[in-house]
Design a protein around this ligand. Structure first.
Ligand SMILES: CC(C)(COP(=O)(O)OP(=O)(O)OC[C@H]1O[C@@H](n2cnc3c(N)ncnc32)[C@H](O)[C@@H]1OP(=O)(O)O)[C@@H](O)C(=O)NCCC(=O)NCCS
Length: 183
């Protein structure tokens, strides 16, 4: 079990912890994996190691309007992915949810649980009102993660984004309200 990483949310399979400088090699490898980044916003962007280091080092200052967590495998204590909410608007109580997992951990239910924990943090700790997320249509795994966490499709940008191997695809928009603040 990895020691020293503070955990903020603990689940059965994974937990959410604070990102560390020691995570930079993992981030650099995974974020540049074409199978991972083709489904992220700005898929053609190459991420440099110094940018990852800078990102982690400045998270504290930037976390006024975002929260990013290491997804940590409970059994090994290893980082397996990242989940975060960005563009938090405290007037509207809204924010944009995003996540990715290293390929070797796909299909174990880790993202479904990590998103549940992030939602719990956003609604239970930050008292946010709603979360939104956009998924490229071929990304069925990601849509399942959101739907299993109670997100509802609320619209689409048709043929909006170019995804390698698929051409122009719809951006499928999802939202989830904090039940305590339901409209
Ligand atoms: C999308 C992603 C986060 C899913 O992570 P994961 O931990 O494998 O997801 P889970 O194991 O929780 O599975 C969720 C569902 O998707 C299904 N699934 C997993 N991988 C799949 C795949 N490659 N194709 C189709 N379905 C898949 C699972 O079977 C599960 O559905 P089920 O409960 O009906 O069986 C991961 O594939 C990833 O990091 N992809 C690249 C980055 C990305 O797409 N991020 C999200 C951007 S919106």
């Amino acid at each position: 079990m990895e020691s020293g990483r503070p955990l903020l949310q603990t689940g059965k399979k994974v937990s959410l912890g604070i990102l560390l400088e020691a995570d930079v090699p993992f981030l650099f490898r995974v974020i540049n994996d074409p199978d991972v980044h083709r489904y992220l916003s700005n898929p053609g962007r190459m991420m440099y190691e110094h940018e990852e280091l800078e990102w982690v080092r400045t998270l504290g200052q930037k976390e006024q309007d975002s929260r990013h967590f290491a997804i940590v495998e409970n059994g090994s204590g290893e980082i397996v992915g990242v989940v975060g909410v960005r563009e938090i608007n405290f007037s509207n109580g809204s924010g944009i949810l995003g996540y990715f997992l290293s390929k070797e951990y796909w299909g174990k239910g880790y993202s479904t649980e990590a998103v549940a924990l992030a939602v719990e943090f956003c609604f239970g700790t930050l008292n946010m009102r709603k979360l939104v997320s956009a998924v490229f249509e071929p990304n069925t795994a990601s849509m399942k993660v959101l739907i299993k966490n109670g997100f509802k499709e609320c619209g689409r940008y048709h043929k909006h984004s170019f995804v390698r191997g698929h051409g122009f695809v719809d951006d499928v928009l999802f939202e989830k309200f904090n039940e305590e603040h339901a409209p």
